[in-house]
Design a protein around this ligand. Structure first.
Ligand SMILES: N[C@@H](CCC(=O)N[C@@H](CS)C(=O)NCC(=O)O)C(=O)O
Length: 361
């Protein structure tokens, strides 16, 4: 029997949970290794960045970044495909995965670190899992964790009195969109999970269904979403399950409209700021001004990849995808900045490329 993969990460981490959900579904054995300071240093040496999850393969190679990792695993374990074979579904699954990965990050971090009860509980879990042997009193360690997360991911990501309600509305409306879908069928595209499910799973599983404040909201407002998080965690590709729907279901429209009104304009403004080599930029979204957003080179690459995937579609599928993008308010904001250049992974080596943390330049 081959050795299991080693997934370096944490039991409370957004992207570690996303990858674990995928590996469990594909029945790819793995063991999770807690990201203690020593492991973190090793991950940085091996992948070029200290982000989780970082995967060590039995042959000694290391991978980082869940999106290209899933693509790579799909090539090794093609059946059943989580990236739909239908090219239009494949493109929209990538778009929704990217939107869910990156745009739900801010509300997930906000709920965890802005609400005192959540922050006290989660800082304890982080310290117990990842810093048990750091020679400082526990209360200090927990305080330092809370301060770091607030500085980087709350205050540092433009969450303030002016944006807080909007940040929370991103979560609440996503619950409503997903509740409507999971009231009708078990997964986003039908009877089995696809890439889009694993995209939403990142935030919904390890943050929103686990942290007390967003979990209470989910239980009350979107019980079908709560049920879907457990269903996705428990899904196994060897268990017979049904087919995917055809095309892009109409109930994806509200999610696509959200992406077109918020995330895609953000990606373009971020790419413009990166082009001007500005480290921070201001942006109005749905009438709310986010001040001093950190420029993300990684997210310039996200935009680059979405455009590239669209351009690579066969002609007929591309026409269909463009038509759907247009009718869902995504076409113009996807192309507002045409062919941005992050300069990241020009050799197309990801997930084996040196990693790039979300706010690293
Ligand atoms: N694009 C990456 C993002 C990974 C990521 O940002 N992971 C977070 C934890 S969920 C992290 O390691 N952050 C670094 C830190 O806070 O120091 C992926 O998909 O794996």
């Amino acid at each position: 029997m081959s050795l299991p993969l080693r997934v370096h990460g944490s039991a409370i981490s957004y992207f570690t949970g996303k990858l674990e959900g995928y590996l469990r579904y594909k029945e790819i054995p793995y063991e999770r290794v807690a990201m203690t300071p020593l492991v973190r240093a090793k991950v940085r040496r091996r992948t070029g960045t200290a982000q989780m999850p970082a995967v060590e393969l039995p042959d000694g190679r290391w991978m980082t970044d869940t999106t290209p990792m899933i693509e790579w695993f799909e090539a090794q374990h093609p059946e059943p495909a989580v990236i739909p074979i239908d090219p239009v579904q494949g493109f929209f699954s990538r778009l929704v995965e990217d939107y869910a990965d990156e745009w739900l990050w801010r509300p997930a971090l906000h709920y965890r670190w802005s609400y005192r009860g959540d922050a006290l509980l989660l800082s304890r879990r982080i310290v117990d899992e990842m810093m048990p042997r750091v020679p400082l009193p526990g209360a200090w360690k927990r305080f330092l964790v809370r301060e770091r997360q607030l500085r980087r991911y709350v205050r540092g990501d433009a969450i303030d009195a002016g944006t807080r309600a909007h940040v929370e509305s991103v979560y609440l409306r996503t619950l409503d969109r997903l509740e409507a879908i999971f009231g009708r069928r078990p997964f986003l595209l039908g009877e089995r999970p696809t890439l889009a499910d694993f995209g939403f799973f990142a935030s919904m599983f390890r943050h929103f269904s686990l942290d007390p404040t967003p979990c209470a909201l989910m239980l009350e407002r979107a019980p079908a979403v709560y049920e879907w998080t457990a269903r996705t965690w428990n899904a196994r590709s060897s268990t017979p399950c049904g087919a995917l729907l055809e095309g892009i279901p109409a109930d994806w429209s509200p999610i696509l409209h959200d992406a077109g009104a918020t995330y895609l304009p953000y990606l373009c403004a971020n790419a413009e700021a990166w082009g001007r080599r500005e480290r921070r930029f201001d942006l109005g979204i749905e009438g709310v001004v986010y001040r001093r957003l950190p420029t993300s080179r990684y997210r310039v690459w996200c935009l680059e990849r979405l455009q590239r995937h669209l351009e690579a579609l066969p002609a007929q599928a591309r026409d269909e995808a463009e038509r759907l993008l247009e009718s869902n308010g995504c076409k113009e904001p996807l192309w507002r900045v045409a062919r941005p250049e992050s300069g990241y992974d020009v050799a197309h080596a990801a997930p084996f490329a040196p990693g790039l943390g979300v706010f690293e330049c």
